[in-house]
Design a protein around this ligand. Structure first.
Ligand code: HAS
Ligand code: CU
Length: 549
């Protein structure tokens, strides 16, 4: 790839490497604690054995959630997308000083949050619902991480403006456009969390404010907590749209359709948080219905993606001699671990997406809410669509950043198939147990109500979780050996895919920002305005904090 050879991208590479290192450390902590939880579900309580490190199941679960779902994702995305945007713009992004300031701010925030988390003073799970109250450093630290992500948005926007001045007539390169949409969407979406932190949780945890309110806090949390899933998913889609078609030997089917789907995410990601609060009293049914409709609407850009990405894979596979209605699928370059990881991630994501529809349907949600069904759902989505894709991306990205070839492709292939197999067993069992009524966020090995019929599936959770852990170990081993012991230089990084139907076929309005931003804000005001105004006006902040662990 011509852009990749630009020596001026060296500082972007270093930055990407720094973010990736933090992300991988977080993932390591996350998968290690995850193993203990899976074994607990199989009836094996190992917490007494790891006592000095982990005080309880819930201590481990908080670490697992925060490190995997918040830190691994966010740091990976900041590193990956800044690098990819630089490649797409074919220039380094503006202000390396801003970039490094941001990285260190986020890392400092992470360390600040991690100290109470590791010390069992923030055992409040990744959703940190009040009235459980963590140490103030946990909230302040996470807030600094979020502020850092805003600075990344700013850096991308400044770069876009500089690029636009030099290229007034050109369509924004697809990967850069998508990186911008991702960060702009996230910046809008993260306002809920910012208000929750600054107005409710931080003053309360510091003792400046005596009380808080669980409903108001949860509403602000899910304002951000739903769209955050698209903050994780969109970078995955960026890889599926702009790199995977080429890795599969073909072309992107439609560039305009890809842009349209991202703009739909900008509009529809945020006004949907109440589908996490269907069972919360105090939010009017009518607004829950509105959010349900918006949820079904935000399903649509993923369906566009399904169509576009499968069509692109088919182009590649047929060029490689694939034939038949479905048999072409076997002709994809399955020997490439980066490609294999991402296609396997897609397959499981189709099931995660269908489960999402079940969750989103009010009457079905009442059956599965707060059960392990939801845990099964999010291990297919963030735990596979996103994480397995990110692993696939690191199989080319780490060699590029480090300048050394992947230590072992074969080991990487074994790893991605193990993740696929382990997750299939693990998430199937969790879905099934959820339908049978097993609660989530529970140390089930100590529960007195476990039914005999649950036992076989509980065992499968333990087996699936162990396979996932082994897969993760192989992943880390391969990356460490790549960095330290790989004898060969890095091969060329995957080039951006050409599009069968190119950007110039998209209507010009797809490359403008104001109308879409305005529409996104209007949707948010419609979906949240009345409820938030009502809650802020009528809620007394009287609930004291609890330490229940
Ligand atoms: Fe979700 C709960 C609804 C997507 C993550 N979700 C969660 C939680 C997390 C999460 C972490 O409505 C738990 C939060 C907590 O702790 O309480 N979710 C949805 C819906 C979608 C969805 C409708 N979720 C995601 C994604 C996530 C994620 C993405 C992370 C990255 N979710 C819910 C609801 C709840 C929920 C409720 C609350 C439940 C409760 O009661 O608590 C949709 O966006 C999904 C759309 C996806 C698709 C699939 C498209 C497939 C593609 C691949 C195609 C290629 C293939 C290749 C298959 C429509 C693009 C195959 C090759 C061939 C040849 C065929
Ligand atoms: Cu959601």
């Amino acid at each position: 790839m011509a852009q990749a050879a630009l020596p001026s991208l060296r500082s972007e590479r270093r930055l990407g490497g720094a973010y990736l290192l933090v992300a991988l450390l977080a993932l390591f902590v996350g998968v290690a604690t995850g193993l203990l939880q899976a074994l607990d579900h199989a009836g094996l309580n190992l917490y007494p054995q790891v006592l000095p490190l982990l005080k309880s199941y819930y201590h481990g679960l908080s670490l697992h959630g925060v490190m995997n779902i918040l830190v691994w994702t966010t740091f990976f995305i900041c590193g990956f997308l800044q690098y990819l945007a630089a490649r797409a713009f074919a220039r380094p992004l503006v202000s390396p000083a801003l970039a490094w300031f941001t990285f260190w701010l986020m890392t400092a925030g992470l360390v600040l949050a991690a100290i109470p988390l590791l010390g069992n003073h923030a055992t409040v799970l990744f959703t940190f619902y009040p009235p459980m109250r963590a140490h103030w450093a946990f909230y302040v630290g996470l807030t600094l991480v979020v502020v850092g992500t805003w600075l990344v948005t700013w850096r991308l926007v400044l770069t876009y403006r500089a690029w636009r001045r030099e290229h007034p007539q050109t369509r924004t390169p697809l990967a850069a456009f998508m990186a911008l949409v991702t960060f702009v969407m996230w910046t809008l979406a993260s306002l809920g969390l910012a208000v929750e932190m600054l107005v409710l949780l931080i003053p309360w945890s510091l003792g400046w404010r005596q009380g808080t309110d669980p409903l108001l806090a949860r509403t602000l949390f899910w304002f951000t907590g739903h769209p955050i899933v698209y903050f994780w998913l969109l970078p995955t889609y960026i890889s599926w749209y702009t790199l995977v078609p080429r890795q599969a030997g073909g072309q992107l089917f439609s560039d305009p359709m890809a842009r349209a789907s991202f703009l739909l995410f900008l509009l529809l990601s945020t006004p949907v948080g109440f589908h996490h609060q269907y069972t919360d009293p105090g939010i009017e049914q009518g607004w829950k219905l509105v959010h349900a409709f918006f949820t079904f609407a935000v399903f649509f850009p993923s369906l566009l993606t399904f169509f576009n990405v499968v069509a692109s894979l088919e182009i590649g596979a047929r060029r490689r001699g694939g034939q038949g209605l479905f048999a072409w699928f076997l002709k994809l370059p399955w020997g490439d671990p980066s490609l294999a990881a991402q296609v396997l991630a897609m397959i499981l994501f189709a099931f995660g997406g269908i489960g999402g529809l079940v969750n989103a349907s009010y009457s079905l949600n009442l059956v599965v809410h707060n059960t392990t069904y939801v845990v099964g759902h999010f291990h297919l989505t963030v735990g596979t669509a996103v994480t397995l894709s990110f692993m696939g991306i690191t199989y080319w990205l780490v060699p590029v950043l480090r300048g050394r070839d992947l230590w072992s492709r074969r080991l990487a292939l074994v790893q991605v198939w193990l993740w696929f197999a382990g997750m299939t067993v693990f998430s199937f069992a969790l879905h099934d147990l959820g339908l049978q009524g097993m609660p989530r966020r529970t140390m089930i090995s100590l529960a007195t109500y476990v039914q005999a019929a649950w036992r076989p599936m509980m065992l499968l959770v333990g087996i699936g979780g162990t396979v996932l852990f082994l897969s993760a170990l192989l992943y880390f081993l391969n990356l460490v050996l790549t960095c330290l012991a790989s004898p060969r230089p890095a091969p060329e990084e995957p080039a951006f895919a050409e599009a069968l139907s190119g950007p110039e076929e998209a209507p010009a309005i797809l490359d403008r920002w104001r109308p879409w931003l305005l529409a996104a804000v209007v949707f948010i005001l419609i979906a949240y305005g009345p409820t938030l105004v009502h809650l802020f006006r009528t809620t007394p902040l009287t609930v004291p904090g609890w330490r229940v662990w």
